[in-house]
Design a protein around this ligand. Structure first.
Ligand SMILES: [Zn+2]
Length: 370
């Protein structure tokens, strides 16, 4: 993704939203979505469960809960915590970085990742599709096949929500001052979104909703060898064009993109393009986070970022919010971004768990307007 501008803007819109919603947990109130943003989503405040505490988990239990290797993701402890704690997400992130290595579009690492995810999502009841498309390799112009991965949960539900990330990693850490042609692992920028979708997949079968969810991993978000030359967002652009050209396929009421949400010093400001193009969704998610006490979601706008949500908003017409932490690490000018420093030790299960928790609760409370 690319940052366009940076300047923090204070917004009082959340206060307006809260006033509309009334006291949390008391009122069952459907907050109408503004038609301005083309969404028919509303929001039922009575269904979040902020009082449910996740069970205490000791580190020795953590080691035994999941086993991830070349055979796949084995869930040893099948008890689902009342709220996501991010452990599976973080273990997937660590495995992808330390065992699989770079997941550049078209590479063996990407193939290994695709197989791991296909199995995992199918094990949790999804139907998994790959959406292939061909691009020219940016360096030598040979054809390369890329694949978006789509994991469909509850296909019988005609109302759909899309939750997405990118699963390719940048070919080189080109912002690294010491070694710009070194190895880029993409712990936060790549694996964090994938890990979160893996954890979310455990919860989706149990969410009682009108909405079915498609988890989508976009390929070719940054198949970039020269940043001024090579286009971004290949997978999301292909997906959006296919969606726009085939109106008979399932329609999405809303989309959420997660990117760089693993930073152990998490700070999630509202992103300005999301605010402009999917304001209702953005307000809902930050409001749910506020109700849950997840203070890493800060209800103010800060960055304007070009990311996979732009093709979804602009080509597909799916109002899509980008949840992204563009202060990696906090307070230090995003110095790990696109460098060799983007490694698992800069990320945490706690951050991943918080974002997953907010998404699970948001998915529980959304309602269609009828
Ligand atoms: Zn990136």
């Amino acid at each position: 993704m690319i940052e366009l501008t940076e300047n923090a803007l204070k917004s009082d819109s959340m206060n307006i939203f809260k006033n509309l919603g009334g006291a949390f947990g008391i009122t069952t109130l459907l907050l109408a979505a503004g038609t301005l943003w083309g969404s028919s989503l509303a929001y039922d405040l009575s269904k979040t469960s902020p009082d449910v505490e996740a069970p205490e988990i000791t580190s020795s239990q953590t080691e035994e809960r999941f086993q991830i290797d070349q055979n796949g993701i084995e869930i040893r402890d099948t008890t689902l915590p009342a709220r996501p704690d991010g452990e599976l997400a973080y273990q997937v992130l660590t495995y992808l970085c330390n065992d699989v290595g770079p997941r550049i579009s078209g590479s063996p690492g990407m193939l290994r990742q695709q197989e791991l995810l296909r199995q995992h999502f199918e094990n949790h009841g999804a139907t998994v599709y790959f959406q292939p498309f061909e691009v020219r390799h940016p360096v030598n112009q040979t054809p390369v096949q890329l694949n978006n991965l789509i994991a469909r949960f509850h296909p019988e539900r005609s109302l759909r929500i899309l939750v997405c990330c990118h699963y390719d990693t940048r070919p080189f850490p080109d912002r690294d001052k010491n070694n710009p042609t070194g190895v880029f692992l993409g712990a936060n920028d790549g694996a964090s979104g994938v890990g979160l979708l893996c954890e979310l997949a455990r919860y989706l079968p149990h969410i009682d909703s009108e909405y079915g969810v498609d988890l989508i991993c976009f390929d070719g978000e940054e198949f970039v060898y020269q940043s001024r030359r090579d286009p971004l967002f290949l997978g999301s652009t292909h997906f959006a064009r296919q969606y726009a050209a085939n109106p008979s396929t399932a329609r999405y009421s809303a989309g959420v993109l997660v990117d760089m949400i693993g930073d152990k010093d998490l700070s999630l400001f509202q992103e300005k393009n999301s605010w402009n193009q999917a304001r209702n969704i953005t307000q809902q998610i930050w409001s749910v986070a506020g109700d849950l006490g997840v203070t890493e979601f800060i209800p103010r706008r800060k960055y304007q970022i070009r990311d996979d949500h732009l093709p979804l908003n602009e080509i597909a017409g799916i109002p899509t919010c980008d949840i992204i932490d563009f202060d990696f690490p906090q307070g230090r000018a995003n110095i790990y971004w696109h460098t060799e420093q983007d490694t698992p030790d800069k990320c945490s299960a706690d951050s991943l768990g918080k974002v997953c928790h907010v998404l699970v609760e948001w998915l529980k409370v959304i309602r269609s307007q009828q």
